[in-house]
Design a protein around this ligand. Structure first.
Ligand code: MOS
Length: 687
């Protein structure tokens, strides 16, 4: 029997109704009996140590159950991630680090008592301002994602010196914050047998379970982390966060369940950010714009608690044909909050610099920016020499050009006006790697259908829905007969919703388990099958696998006020097979919106006196809203990636943000003739 295909169709989110009806349960919605509430007390010095804590008034305040400090908090077994070693020593590595935790019977009482705590600090001084020339800058062992910090091919210096066209450009991006709508929240409770249960908001609860087990000296089987719904993460929930550790500590001390929802104002210092970065790009080319030499030197600040080297120079190893390539990463560890993953770490900031520089090269050579990119298409991945599994960048650029009437564009800047408005268009390329990560899944025949079990996390993307589609397709049954169980570390272990890799990892295991079950049932075998993508991942052929895309922006800039308005945003992507066009469109458009927001508005200034971020709420940290954005146009090519997963998909969570900011900045240059290399594109940079 042939049925209507379910994979590749726009199935609405399975949990849509529970979310719109308010019955979906998030980590802060569970209400165990005798629930208590915790409120952290952030350190108020940039660097130093806690010299004394006077907790008398706080301890006597109404409803207070405990005041945890480094002197009385449960001892942890420290792991690799120093951001989780909370309340273990008097050291204050940065402002906003938790100096204490107050636990009370109500949230209000906890917050009131926290204000009564008197913490005395012995401050130290440190120099914060930094750049690539900072003597403290060093070469990290690896850039984020396991990439080599430095990679050279050919001889950049010689080729650059001899190149007829030379550009030496420096781009700056401020610290950026993920700020998901749902703050980082945990509700922790210890069971009578000593097991720990945590309802936690994260991007992968298998990882959180394993980390908590290590920190508290438990076996993984003694910890259960439940993550049914998540109100956004954007990378900030990709690693376990201190609220889970603090909530578990507090619950242990007071012998009651404890909830800790990080206050928005404390998140900026505690849950990561995109590191402030400086990138130098040097391009040497012939007069026709063919690259002869390319250097991308990336620098970012990190903390003393956890090193994070944003892999911004990595896309230069992928994008363009150039024999003489130099890519480097340097970091300086400062007494500031720890940076971490934020949507497309590396690719997002790196492609702002590289794709702005390519636009500058196009202008210098008088070559159309699309033609320039096509002229520099590589036949193999330049950094590795590996052939590409599928590379459709040129097709994305051409399809975008067609939809954007690019051939009617007048190349000279400031050539289109509408009253006081200067109009311009810009283009930039996108890229994101296809990452293959092991996962495990089970599929069982149950009364009325099939149950799929995998500890995937739905961070708002529609993970449940697409896994149900994959399972129904592989089982050849209607979607309605598939029940999905995710978001619980008691389920088969699975990787985080991150690296645009979740659907491929979980989906591959689900697909294989479903196929195995179908075979078993046909043979009269057992009603349960499990599959592990691990072996298949290891066998993957040695090909360069990336998604590609092209971003197009049209802007109107007010000649008198410098205000930039986006008129049009178009993204054309080659992301392998699109498994659900409805949720895929949302992911890609969401990424583009975030990139536009980064271009025009976002930035977390660091106060050099306090070593902390000044914009610590959504009133001060500006994020683009609907009124700031044009209608988002998202398109994709008909592509499948036959060398990776059985679904033919690549990954869509992050590529939407990559290149968007460069497309907007390039459009602003086309409109105004002003080249802005420092984000965001605030009015003062344009006047
Ligand atoms: Mo995404 S920054 O890999 O969670």
């Amino acid at each position: 029997m042939t049925r209507e295909p379910v994979l590749g169709t726009p199935v609405p989110r399975l949990e849509a109704e529970t979310k719109t009806h308010g019955t979906a349960r998030y980590a802060g919605d569970v209400l165990p009996e005798h629930l208590a509430f915790a409120w952290p007390v952030p350190a108020t010095v940039a660097l130093g140590r806690v010299a004394g804590i006077d907790a008398d008034d706080a301890a006597r305040a109404p409803g207070v159950l405990a005041v945890l400090t480094h002197e009385n908090a449960p001892r942890l077994h420290p792991g690799e991630d120093g951001t989780l070693d909370v309340l273990q020593s008097p050291a204050v590595p940065h402002r906003g680090w938790p100096a204490a935790l107050v636990v009370a019977d109500t949230l209000d009482n906890a917050r009131e008592a926290a204000a009564l705590l008197r913490v005395r600090y012995e401050p130290e001084t440190a120099e914060l301002l930094t750049g690539p020339q900072d003597p403290r800058a060093y070469r990290p062992e690896q850039a984020n994602g396991g990439h080599e910090a430095d990679l050279d091919t050919g001889d950049f210096a010689e080729a650059f010196a001899a190149a007829p066209v030379r550009l030496d450009l420096t781009y700056r991006i401020p610290a950026l914050h993920n700020h998901p709508m749902e703050p980082h929240t945990s509700t922790a409770l210890w069971q009578e047998n000593g097991d720990l249960v945590v309802y936690d908001s994260n991007q992968g609860s298998t990882t959180v379970r394993d980390t908590l087990a290590d920190l508290f000296g438990l076996e993984p089987g003694q910890v259960r982390v439940i993550t049914q719904h998540v109100g956004g993460g954007f990378g900030s929930k990709g690693t376990p966060r201190p609220q889970a550790v603090l909530a578990a500590m507090a619950a242990k001390v007071v012998g009651r369940p404890v909830r800790l929802a990080l206050p928005r104002g404390q998140m900026a210092a505690l849950v990561g950010h995109r590191a402030a970065s400086v990138q130098r790009v040097r391009l040497g080319a012939d007069p026709g714009g063919r690259l002869l030499a390319l250097a991308h030197d990336a620098f970012n600040s990190t903390s003393t608690v956890r090193e994070f080297a944003e892999q911004s120079a990595v896309p230069a190893r992928v994008m363009y044909a150039v024999g003489n390539l130099r890519t480097t990463h340097r970091v300086a560890a400062l007494p500031i909050p720890s940076p971490s993953w934020m949507r497309a770490p590396g690719e997002c900031p790196g492609m702002f610099a590289l794709e702005s520089a390519m636009d500058e090269l196009a202008c210098s050579c008088g070559v159309d920016p699309i033609e320039l990119r096509v002229r520099n298409e590589p036949t193999v991945e330049p950094g590795s020499g590996r052939p590409f599994a599928a590379r459709s960048l040129t097709e994305c650029l051409r399809e975008g050009a067609r939809r954007f009437d690019w051939d009617r564009r007048e190349p000279a800047p400031r050539s289109r006006r509408e009253g006081r408005l200067l109009l311009g268009t810009g283009v930039a390329a996108s890229t994101y790697p296809l990452l293959l990560v092991p996962s495990r899944a089970e599929v069982q025949a149950v009364a009325g259908g099939f149950e799929v079990r995998v500890n995937a996390t739905d961070i708002g993307t529609g993970a449940r829905t697409v896994l149900a589609q994959i399972a129904a397709d592989a089982l050849d049954v209607p979607l309605e007969s598939v029940r999905i169980r995710i978001g619980d570390s008691a389920l088969p272990p699975a990787p985080v919703a991150g690296g645009s890799a979740g659907t491929n990892a979980w989906g591959w295991a689900v697909h294989d388990a479903a196929r195995a079950l179908r075979r078993q049932l046909a043979d009269g075998g057992p009603d349960l099958a499990a599959a592990d993508t691990g072996a298949a991942v290891a066998d993957a052929p040695d090909l360069a696998r990336h998604a590609f895309g092209a971003q197009f922006a049209e802007v109107a800039v007010d000649r008198d006020t410098g205000e930039v308005r986006l008129r049009r945003l178009l993204g054309v992507f080659a992301v392998g097979r699109v498994l659900n066009p409805r949720t895929a469109r949302s992911q890609l458009a969401g990424g583009m919106a975030m990139g536009a927001s980064m271009a025009l508005m976002e930035g977390s200034p660091l106060d050099a006196a306090f070593g902390d971020f000044t914009a610590r709420d959504l009133a001060a940290y500006h994020v683009a809203g609907y009124a700031d954005l044009p209608r988002m146009e998202v398109a994709w090519l008909d592509e499948t990636e036959p060398h990776a997963t059985p679904m033919g998909s690549k990954g869509i969570g992050e590529i939407g943000i990559v290149g968007t900011a460069a497309a907007v900045a390039n459009a602003v240059h086309h409109a105004t003739g002003v080249r802005v290399r420092d984000l965001p594109l605030h009015v003062e940079r344009l006047l």
